[in-house]
Design a protein around this ligand. Structure first.
Ligand code: APR
Length: 232
């Protein structure tokens, strides 16, 4: 089976009702990154940071994957699908995708502040001050904050370097190193990008832009991919 590598961002979850970051109604219009998504913010006001992620985690229990997520999961019947996501929601997994690599962490997981290898699945949506790890230190969201290293970037880079087909869905490609992955896809590999506001200045070869929302744009790409698979 050919390897289809997919890079997703907040746009793929937008039609499930989860806000993106940089659209008109985006999260960063209502919060300042430096107040809720940096190690300094955590040092300065951990309760504000915990509340920010509690609100988003609570919403996760109220939303479902949309057609774009389920189409990608279904593509596993035809391709060896690997999903690299910047999203911290679990909608790819809920839709049935089996190989999902989170670059920026996972909202439903928490970790020790004294030993980063101690990662736990959080029961329920609330993480509060005084919730401690087994070694007695405060638990924090298992999220990669701005300024923190992205542990999975090397794995993601090797995934894209070995792609037969590459698909980008719903990301502004504003944040590195995630955005840089596009440059590591070999020139000869067919690339597709689904985004209603996609701009054509991505300097990569073999890129087809589908200027559409994820649920319809991914459907169009699926039809092209299935035709490619039958032609080969
Ligand atoms: N379908 C497809 N794309 C959409 C849709 C939709 N229904 N709605 C919005 N988009 C597109 C927007 O046009 C935009 O290009 O999704 C993209 C969302 O961009 P951002 O809000 O910047 O989100 P993302 O690219 O995932 O941000 C990357 O930044 O703040 C950090 O850690 C955070 O992982 C996040 C990273």
């Amino acid at each position: 089976m050919k390897k289809l590598v997919v890079l997703t961002g907040a746009g793929i979850s937008q039609e499930s009702g989860i806000k993106t970051f940089r659209d008109a109604d985006g999260l960063w219009n209502n919060y300042r990154i430096e107040d809720v998504a940096t190690p300094d913010a955590w040092e300065r006001d951990p309760k504000l940071v915990l509340d920010f992620y509690n609100i988003r985690r609570k919403q996760l229990y109220e939303v479902e994957p949309n057609k774009a997520h389920t189409l990608l999961a279904k593509l596993e019947d035809t391709f060896n699908v690997e999903i690299i996501t910047q999203n911290i929601d679990d909608l790819h997994e809920k839709a049935g995708s089996t190989r999902v690599l989170h670059l920026h962490g996972e909202l439903k997981k928490v970790r020790s502040t004294i030993d980063p290898d101690l990662v736990y699945n959080l029961a329920g949506w609330e993480l509060n001050l005084g919730d401690l790890c087994e070694k007695g230190s405060q638990l924090r969201p298992h999220i990669v904050w701005f300024g923190e290293p992205v542990p999975n970037i090397m794995t993601a880079t090797s995934w894209v370097q070995n792609a037969d087909i590459f698909l980008v869905v719903g990301t502004s490609l504003n944040v590195y190193p995630a955005a840089g992955l596009l440059q590591y896809v070999p020139d000869h590999v067919p690339k597709f990008l689904v985004d209603p506001k996609a701009t054509p200045e991505y300097y990569v070869k073999n890129l087809e832009i589908i200027r559409d929302k994820a649920t319809t744009g991914v459907q169009k790409v699926v039809e092209m991919l299935v035709k490619m698979a039958s032609d080969n």
